[in-house]
Design a protein around this ligand. Sequence first.
Ligand code: ADP
Ligand code: MG
Length: 695
Amino acid sequence: MNDLFKTPIEYLKGVGPKKAELLRKEIGVGTFKDLLYYFPFRYVDRSSFQTIDALLTADGPVQIRGRIVGIQEVGHGRNKRLNATFQDHTGSINLVWFKGVSWVRSSLKVNEEIVIYGRLKAYGGKWSMPHPEIIRPEEINSGLQAIYSSTEKLSANGLHSKGIEKLVGELLQSNFTFTENLPPEIVSEYRLPDEKKALLQIHQPNSIEEAKHARFRFKLQELLLLQMELLLRKIISSQKLGGHRFEVVGDHFNTFYKTHLKYDLTNAQKRVLKEIRADVNSGHHMNRLVQGDVGSGKTLVALLAMLIALDNGFQAALIAPTEILAQQHYESISNELKELHIGVALLTGSTKKKEREEIHQGLLDGSIDMLIGTHALLEKTVQFKDLGLVVIDEQHRFGVAQRARMWKKNQVPPHVLIMTATPIPRTLAMTFYGDLDVSVIDELPPGRKPVTTIHSFDSGRLKVFGFIRDEIAKGRQVYIVYPLISESETLDLNNLMDGYEAISRAFPLPDYSVSMVHGKMKPEEKEFEMNRFVKGETQIMVATTVIEVGVNVPNASVMIIESAERFGLSQLHQLRGRVGRGAEKSYCILMTGDKLSKESEKRIQTMVHTNDGFKIAEVDLKLRGPGDIMGTQQSGLMNLRIADLTKDGPIVSMAREHAIRILQEDPNLNSVDHTWLRRKLVHILKTKPDWGKIA
Ligand code: ADP
Ligand code: MG
C-alpha cells in the first residue's frame, strides 16, 4: 500500500480541516483510503424518468423531468411550509417543504428545467412529493448515481450524499497503485475485477450488473477474511489448549442410562452425544454448540455429558439464563439422579449467604459434583476443586466475554458445551459460531404431533373461550400468556391481573380453577402455583413469559398467547414449544388486536404456517437483522463494512469453503498468494483482546 492511501482526508480538494473533522467523527473517514472504501449503499438510475400521468402507486422513489411553474409560501412560524407546482408534459404534482423554507425558496427558479427525485404521498386526491431532491439536467451525466449514507451534521455542511459523491469522484482521479489481495484462483473462479477497477465500478458503475459484481468482490474479500479468522481461532484453541481427557464412560453414566432413563435416545441425540464423547476424549479443548429446536431433548444430552465428566473424576456445571429455569433444571436433575449418590447444588442470585458459603466450600472440597445455576456462577468467588465441563443453556443471551470467564475456573480450561434453543440459520451460525464446532439435534422425540397454530383477533375471543371449555372438558390443560408490555413491572402486573380476573370470571369455580405465575412472586409461591398446575389441580395457567423456557406439562394442550403481536418470533416459538409435549393434539392460539403492522402480520403468519424452528429463525433474521438476534456485542465484533449477514448467506458459504480449502493447503499461509491474508489475520488476531484470550 502506498502513502497516498494514508494521506489525511483534509488534504483532499474540497475538504479542509472543518469538514475533515466532521468526516472523521461522523462516519469514521480519516484518510484517503477510508473514503475510497466508504461504499455507496444503493444506486439510482438517473437515465429513466416517469411521467406524471403514469404515476400509479406511492411505492418507492420516482424521478420526473419537468419545471416548477408556481411557488407559494403558506402558514406562519413553525407551521410555515413551501408549496411548489411541478409540471411535466403530462400533468402536475405538488412539491412541499416543511423545513428550510426560505433557503429552498431562494434556490428554486420558476420555469427552469429540472429533475425531481423522491417519494410520493397522496394528499387531497393529488400526488404530492415532500422534500424532493432537485437535480439540474446537466448534473445527470452517467446513468447511475451512487447514494452514500450521510448524517445530519455532514449534510448541514454540504456533505450529503451528493457532496460525498463529489469527493469520491475527486479521489478516484488520484493515481493509486494496488496489488492483488485475493488468491488468484478466487479471482479467476469468479472473474473478479481487480481492486482498482472494482473501486471505480462500485463508486461510478456503468450498469447495475457492474456495481453488483464489484460489490461481490468486496463482500467476498471481507467474508473470506472473517471466515479465515474464525477458523484460525478454532484451530489455535483446539491445538494450543490442552483439554481434560474423559477417557472412560463409567458407573454414573451407565447406571443412569440403563436403569433410570425412561425412553430411548433419538438418533439425533445419540449422534450428538457421540460427537461430544469424541471431543472430550481427544486431549484437546472442546468448544461445541448444540442447536436443537424446543423440546428436542437437549437437556438430556447435557446431563449425560455431565455424567461422563463425573465418571472421570471431574465436576460439572450447568448455567441457565433465568432463575426459574435454573430452578427447574435443578429439580428435574436432582430428581432424576436421586439414587445415584451425586452431590448436586443450586446457586443463583437469590441463594442465601449461609447456603452460598456452604456451596463454595462443597465445590472446593469436591463434595458437590454438579453445580446448577445462573450467571451467579460466573463470579470469581465461585471456585471448583476440578471443573471439567461447563454446559451453557440458551447461548444467545451469553456473550463471548462471559464464556471466557468460565474458562478461568480451572487451570486447564473446562470443556464447554453450549445449548441453544434458538436455531440459527446455517450461514449465520458459520459466522457467529465460526469458532465453535456445531452439532444439530434435528429430530424430535417420537410421538410429538405438530402443534396447530391459529390466529384469532380479539373480536373472536368468545369463540376461543368456547374452544378452551371443550379442551378442558376432554381433560386437557391450558396456558394463557400475557406479554411484558412496558418497562414498568407494575403496569405489566396490572395487565396480567386484569387478564386473570377476566379469565376467572369466564371460567368460574367450582367447575374450573385457575393458576397464576408471574415474575414478582416469591419463589415458594411460584412453585406452589406451578405445582398445582403440574399436578392437574388447576386447568388454566395464567402467566407472564416466565414460563417461556423449560416448563414441562405434557397434559397441557393449548397455548393462548395474548397480544401476540408484541412478541418476537423466537419467543412465540419458545412459548408454543410448551405444548405438544404429550400424546394429545395441541393448539397454539395467537390473539391480536385488529390492526397489525406489516411486520407483526409477517410474524403471525410465519407462526401459523410453520413449526420449523430453523425456518422461523430465517424469517426472524430477515426481520430483525443479526445484531438484534445475536446481541450487538457479538455482531459488533464482526464489524462488517459491506457484507450483510442477513442477505449474503450464499457468499458466506462460498467464503467459508474457500477459507477451509486455503487453510488445508497452506496452514501457515506461507504462499505469496496468501501474503495479504496472512498480514491481515496476524493483525486481527493481535488486536481483538477478548477473543485473543479465548483463542
Ligand atoms: P429442550 O431443552 O431441547 O427444549 P428438553 O430437554 O426439555 O428439550 O426435553 C423436552 C422433553 O422431552 C422432556 O420432557 C424430556 O424428558 C423429553 N425427552 C427428551 N429426550 C427424549 C427422548 N429421546 N424420548 C422421549 N422423550 C424425550
Ligand atoms: Mg432446554
